[in-house]
Design a protein around this ligand. Structure first.
Ligand code: NAD
Length: 383
């Protein structure tokens, strides 16, 4: 236990995710002794002010600069478009604030390197979503594969697709100001790989460890989307297929596609081995054992939200608020700041996933295979 006061958290970006999950989670009474939201910021000030009023947040600012100048936060959660994450994390760290950043942390390894160095030099903490490594299901899968449950792993497949998810999110049109999704289709930071395949790549690398090489093919399949009657042109690849080498002849096919899925368990990989198949949390068709499994039994294995109830801070009301895994990641930062317990959801791990993505796009553009340089430590214990 600690007598550290509650962490004063600022929210950068009051868009869909903040309204659906960040504010509902962080303003629950059960965590008021550990974290309190003291400010929000968004260039659409009317939306930030409305949210501040709805959730009892003391301050709403029109920019991150204004929020940092007010100096009423100890830490920020960055919930802005992915292409802005680097700039927002950098400014927050330079101002002496700890950072939780939503996926994907940055779009390049160089940016990730800079954030990691900044945090280290200033003695600040970064927790990077998605904290897939924290999930007992992922730890159990790693143990099973390590112990030979499917023999030699020959190959695996994983990925997620865009579909029409972002233009149809109900939060985008529920308020007085529509929340424009067009950044999901633009550079930098758009496309399904940075958005959703990052979950698969975090799971995969939490289980198999760092990868060695990447090659890919990538293009634009759906040239435009419609939002509120207006056409949004697709300017970033929306159909990307990676082939990843994990060494010793183990290869993984990962996709961030315009549509379609190979596995109904969100972001889960299917591992094919010489003695069987591990498909998400199904070993040769039977559900595996994992810590907290009893909290998921009323939900099908395909229910992502239900399967996230196993995370350590996801208790009480948080079990039924959407995107509980992001709440977990934010509480990992809060605990690290208050109690000095480092999170396994590290910026080093996020950087390695970013390298796989960046290398994949370079490989596709140049028709080659790219060797990876970054790495990260997996804990020695049962992970
Ligand atoms: N939408 C989801 O389902 C979802 C789920 C998990 C994680 N995320 C992550 O959450 C983050 C935000 O996604 P979203 O879907 O909520 O996006 P969004 O488009 O709904 O909202 C982004 C918000 O950021 C604001 N913004 C733009 N420029 C800004 C700036 N300079 N300073 C501060 N705010 C600024 C926009 O006005 C908007 O309110 C992304 O990292 C995304 O990967 C989204």
């Amino acid at each position: 236990m600690t007598d550290h006061p509650p962490v004063r958290m600022g929210i950068v970006g009051v868009g869909t995710l903040t309204l659906r999950a960040i504010l509902p989670h962080l303003t629950q009474a059960d965590i008021a002794d550990r974290v309190t939201v003291t400010a929000v910021c968004d260039p659409v000030l009317a939306r930030a002010e409305q949210a501040a009023q709805d959730y009892g947040v003391p301050a709403a600012h029109p920019s991150l600069e204004a929020m940092l100048a007010a100096d009423d936060v100890d830490a920020v959660t960055v919930v802005s478009p992915i292409g802005l994450h680097y700039d927002h994390c950098r400014r927050a760290l330079e101002a002496g604030k700890h950072v939780h950043v939503n996926k994907t942390m940055t779009t390049t390894v160089a940016e990730a390197d800079h954030l990691i160095a900044l945090a280290r030099d200033k003695g600040l903490r970064i927790v990077a979503s998605p904290g897939e490594i924290l999930r007992p299901q992922v730890r159990a899968a790693r143990r099973l594969l390590r112990d030979g449950a499917i023999g030699h792993i020959a190959w695996a497949e994983c990925g997620v697709s865009f579909g029409t998810y972002h233009e149809n999110e109900p939060e985008r049109t529920a308020g007085k100001t529509a929340i424009d999704p067009s950044w999901y289709y633009r550079r930098p930071g758009g496309g399904p790989v940075y958005d959703v395949t990052s979950y698969s790549l975090h799971q995969l690398t939490a289980i198999l460890g760092p990868a060695k090489r990447v090659t890919a093919m990538s293009g634009i399949r759906v040239p435009s989307h419609m939002f509120q009657g207006a056409e949004v042109r697709t300017e970033m690849d929306d159909n990307t297929f990676l082939l990843i080498d994990f060494g010793e002849g183990t290869f993984v096919f990962a996709y961030g596609a315009a549509a379609g899925r190979s596995n109904p368990q969100f972001a889960a990989a299917t591992y094919h081995g010489t003695k069987g198949t591990l498909d998400g949390i199904l070993l040769n068709g039977e559900m595996i054992e994992f810590e907290g499994r009893e909290d998921t039994l009323d939900k099908p294995v395909t229910d992502w939200e239900g399967q996230c109830r196993t995370l350590p801070h996801v208790t009480g009301p948080h079990r039924d608020i959407p995107e509980a895994h992001i709440f977990e990641d934010m509480m990992q930062l809060v605990r690290w700041i208050r109690e000095g317990v480092p999170s396994l959801a590290t910026a080093d791990h996020a950087r390695h996933v970013i390298e796989i993505i960046e290398a994949g796009y370079a490989a596709a553009a140049e028709g080659r295979t790219v060797a990876l340089k970054t790495s990260f430590d997996l804990p020695d214990d049962d992970l």
